[in-house]
Design a binder for this molecule. Structure first.
Ligand SMILES: [Zn+2]
Length: 111
């Protein structure tokens, strides 16, 4: 008999744990939908996050941040990207622009 809380995500969840959980819950549906349809859902959630940031409650913002991360993670699963690897490669050695752990890039630059 399986424990329904076995895979419960705690506040200390890692990218790897969360990506595995999203894969376990949704991968079959996500692969059937494909990257184009998944991207559309992701962008819809980004729009909902914009609304929550502009006029939502703290609880609404919590939900929308979670949704955006979940759909971003789904897209990573569909195309076989490991999120922990991605963030580690890009940001694990500091800012990709200036290579510092406290960014010293000019304010006009993107990072
Ligand atoms: Zn920088």
């Amino acid at each position: 008999m399986s424990d329904p809380d076995q895979n419960r995500v705690t506040p200390e969840v890692s990218f790897g744990q969360f990506q595995q959980l999203i894969s376990q819950m949704y991968l079959e549906k996500d692969l059937a939908r494909g990257v184009d349809g998944t991207f559309m859902w992701f962008m819809e959630e980004v729009g909902e996050l914009a609304s929550a940031l502009r006029s939502g409650t703290h609880e609404e913002r919590l939900g929308e941040f979670a949704d955006v991360i979940a759909w971003l993670t789904t897209m990573a699963n569909v195309v076989g990207v490991d999120l922990a690897e991605a963030v580690s490669l890009k940001y694990g050695s500091g800012c990709p622009g200036c290579n510092q752990f406290q960014c010293t890039c000019a304010d006009a630059e993107k990072p």
